[in-house]
Each structure stands twice: as structure tokens, then as C-alpha cells.
Design a protein around this ligand. Structure first.
Ligand SMILES: [Zn+2]
Ligand SMILES: [Zn+2]
Length: 317
């Protein structure tokens, strides 16, 4: 019985990997260099280093994070993710809060949302400073990616003037068109012209209908998870030894994708850009959770990420 279970599990894993294969695409212009290649699971000779970097602690109530949550306080966090790739260099996914948050934690998200959470960020806690403690200068960051452009993920985007910035086109357009009431700061983005990408048709990956192998070597695969924002993106990271899935704000805490269960009433009602799409994206991540025991799924704001035994080795303070 047990052996049958293992065989079935291996069979399912092979099917899941096979379903992530991509057809050869012919990208145009400056996108070419990042889209070439079709291997999906990274198998480079040197494994790449993946780290989760906490940027700011957040205290809120459990019931805001997920429907049915308790009235207890809950510790959350905002994270940035650092990937050191042997070929493509240093990559950040999301930047966390900007420096101004250390001085004025209420600046973002602004009232009345600021009354629902208490943000604690140390001076110099922004990612551009934190990486310096680990011997990396902002100009050594080669590429910056985002799950979405809410300001607790966009951070001080201008602190990396020499980095390539690559954003899902739908998200960039939404951030420029919608204002502060939607969690964006288009004034921070004025004058920037990042490279944008779209998801090609016919590129399914696991439960997701489309995907994009950003570096062409299977190390970072973007999948669309619209709902929290219109152009929200989640990422598979394959280091060569371990696979991760970064949910972005599709899942704030583990309950969101494990149960699965939506966020609390207030954020569900007033933060999600498209509640139906958000539920659909969450259901897809839940399917991943049920079917891919090998995958470490990393929720975007859960304080438990810091104490989870499986994730602890990947935390960079
Ligand atoms: Zn968000
Ligand atoms: Zn967020």
C-alpha cells in the first residue's frame, strides 16, 4: 500500500514537471536574452542561492489575515527575496517597504488602513541598506522583479538606478493608472521605464494556464495570479536543490492557501482588486499545496515564515 502510494506520488511529480515544459518562443528585441531556452527546472552546474529577507515587522489582528481568524494579535512581516544566480547575477524579487517607513510607519498604507496594523521598521532596514551588510551594493543588483507594485513591495525602486527592472505589463499599467487609494504610488514611478513582459498563450505550468521562464533556465518561472492586483504575479524558484513558490499577496498567511480561505472581511472587501479572480488564483495555489509536497510555499506576509523549520535555513536577517 505504502509502496503504491510512493509510486503514485512519483508519477504525479513527473507529470507535474512534464506539464511545465514550454514551447520554444521567439521573443523580439531586448526581451530576447531573458526568454531564450526552454528547460523549466533549473539544472545548472552550480546551484543558485535563495534567501528570504525580512524588511519590517507588522502587528495586526488574526481576523484580518484570514476569514474565521481569532481576535488575537498576529505577527506579520514584509519580505524581499534575494537570488544569487551563478550566470545571471544578483536578483531581487520585491523590495519591501521604503526607507520612509522607518521614520513614519503611517506614511504607507496611510489612514485608515494604518489604524489596522502597526509597522516596525528599523532605521536602515530597507533592502538597499540590508544587502550592504552582506557585502552587496545596490549597483550589484542585476535584475529586480515584483509580485506587484503596492508600496510594501515596490519599496525604494529608485535606489537601484543601474538594475534592470522587469514588470508584468498589466501590473505596470495598473500602477500608473490607479492612485494611492489602490495601494499604489504612481508619483514614485514617474519617469521610470522598466522592461515589461506578458504571459504567452499556451504556456501552462501546473495549475496555472500561463507561465514565463524568465531567465530561460528554469530557475525563475513567473505565473499570473491576478486578483489582489490586476497584474499580480507569483514565482516558482528552482535552486537546483530545492523548489519554492512565492505567493505574493495572493496569500498573506499560510491559512490562505492551506485551507484555503480568503483574507478577512475588510481587506477582502477593500483591498482585492478583483475578488473573483483572487479566489481563483488562491484555489490554484491551494492545488499546488495539495499536490506538490516537495515545494516550499512562501506566503507573503506571514511572520511564521521566520520560525518555520523548513524555511529557517533560507532567512537572511
Ligand atoms: Zn499588495
Ligand atoms: Zn503586501
Amino acid at each position: 500500500m505504502r509502496r503504491t502510494g510512493i509510486v503514485l506520488f512519483l508519477f504525479a511529480a513527473v507529470l507535474a514537471l512534464a506539464s511545465c515544459r514550454h514551447e520554444t518562443r521567439k521573443p523580439e528585441g531586448k526581451m530576447r536574452h531573458i526568454l531564450e531556452g526552454r528547460t523549466t527546472i533549473y539544472q545548472g552546474e552550480e546551484s543558485l542561492d535563495f534567501k528570504i529577507v525580512p524588511i519590517a515587522g507588522i502587528t495586526s489582528w488574526d481576523f484580518h489575515t484570514h476569514k474565521g481568524g481569532s481576535t488575537n494579535k498576529r505577527q506579520l512581516n514584509a519580505y524581499s527575496y534575494l537570488i544569487r544566480h551563478p550566470v545571471h547575477g544578483n536578483i531581487l524579487i520585491d523590495l519591501g517597504y521604503p526607507a520612509v517607513t522607518a521614520k513614519d510607519p503611517g506614511e504607507y498604507p496611510g489612514f485608515p488602513a494604518s489604524a489596522l496594523m502597526k509597522i516596525r521598521m528599523e532605521k536602515g532596514g530597507q533592502i538597499s541598506e540590508k544587502i550592504k551588510r552582506h557585502g552587496l551594493q545596490p549597483e550589484e543588483i542585476d535584475l529586480i522583479l515584483f509580485t506587484h507594485l503596492h508600496i510594501d513591495h515596490m519599496g525604494d525602486i529608485r535606489s537601484f538606478p543601474s538594475s534592470r527592472i522587469l514588470v508584468h505589463k498589466t501590473e505596470w499599467d495598473a500602477a500608473m493608472e490607479k492612485g494611492r487609494s489602490h495601494g499604489y504610488r504612481p508619483d514614485y514611478l514617474q519617469g521610470l521605464s522598466p522592461e515589461t513582459f506578458v504571459f504567452p498563450e499556451g504556456s501552462p505550468c501546473g495549475p496555472f494556464e500561463r507561465s514565463l521562464d524568465l531567465l530561460g533556465d528554469g530557475s525563475i518561472i513567473a505565473v499570473p495570479t491576478p486578483g489582489h492586483t490586476l497584474g499580480h504575479v507569483s514565482y516558482f524558484i528552482h535552486t537546483g536543490g530545492q523548489s519554492f513558490f512565492l505567493t505574493g499577496d495572493t496569500a498573506w498567511v499560510e491559512e490562505n492557501f492551506q485551507v484555503p480561505v480568503r483574507k478577512g472581511w475588510l481587506p477582502h472587501r477593500f483591498v482585492e482588486a478583483d475578488r473573483e479572480a483572487q479566489q481563483d488564483s488562491l484555489d490554484r495555489i491551494h492545488r499546488l499545496y495539495r499536490n506538490r509536497a516537495d515545494l516550499l510555499i512562501v506566503p507573503c506576509h506571514d511572520g511564521k515564515v521566520l520560525t518555520d523549520d523548513r524555511l529557517k535555513p533560507y532567512i537572511l536577517q
